[in-house]
Design a protein around this ligand. Sequence first.
Ligand SMILES: C[S@@+](CC[C@H](N)C(=O)[O-])C[C@H]1O[C@@H](n2cnc3c(N)ncnc32)[C@H](O)[C@@H]1O
Length: 213
Amino acid sequence: MRTAADFNLYYATPDPWHISHARFRDKVLRRRLKPFIRDKSVLELGCGEGHLTQTTFSKARSVVGIDISDVAITRAKSLGLPNARFECADFLQASFEGYDVIAALECVYFLSFEEQGAFLEKVAKEHPDKILLLSGPIVDYRRHFSHKRLMHEFTTLGFTPLKFFNLSVYWYPPSSRIIAGLIKLPLGHTLLDWIPESMIYQRLYALRAPKRH
Ligand SMILES: C[S@@+](CC[C@H](N)C(=O)[O-])C[C@H]1O[C@@H](n2cnc3c(N)ncnc32)[C@H](O)[C@@H]1O
């Protein structure tokens, strides 16, 4: 796992991953997440500077955003979002109890494979029979997630995959940039889930955690 100091280095300048420019991802996430989060209490893990809290989780009844970087959390707090509060913590150490939904968007892949397993076990234990929303790159080349490995991990630990949605098209090979451009046209996003898996960069999973034994 990377440390708070590592992530604070990323946050030496605001918006290190250019998240605020990813308007297409915001649009797709808003549409896909809305039915799961509307009027719910949400625990948003790895919330960073609160960009998604503001653009995507505004329909939630309440949001608690957690990030390991105190620099990012200070910026998130300065947004003054009426439905959200923010805490600086390592989410592997935070309590997951008492929320309707846990959202872990683009943050679990920073964990080692062992930590990813421990994370899912923690969700199963502290958030039984409830919704987990998880996203990340599913390209295998950097040993990030792969769809196959994730589905194996989910089902082995008793999670029920409810739905998955594609979020973005991978920029390699260069020819796929044409597709990436096309889906950004009006209504292009409706084609996202029809694009072959080999061309997909990020995917969102909606899962139900196993019931308490
Ligand atoms: C790529 S950013 C994603 C931010 C936001 N979720 C999004 O999708 O726009 C990953 C965030 O996860 C946070 N993070 C990574 N590991 C963490 C951990 N163990 N506990 C809390 N936050 C963590 C990082 O500090 C960073 O802000």
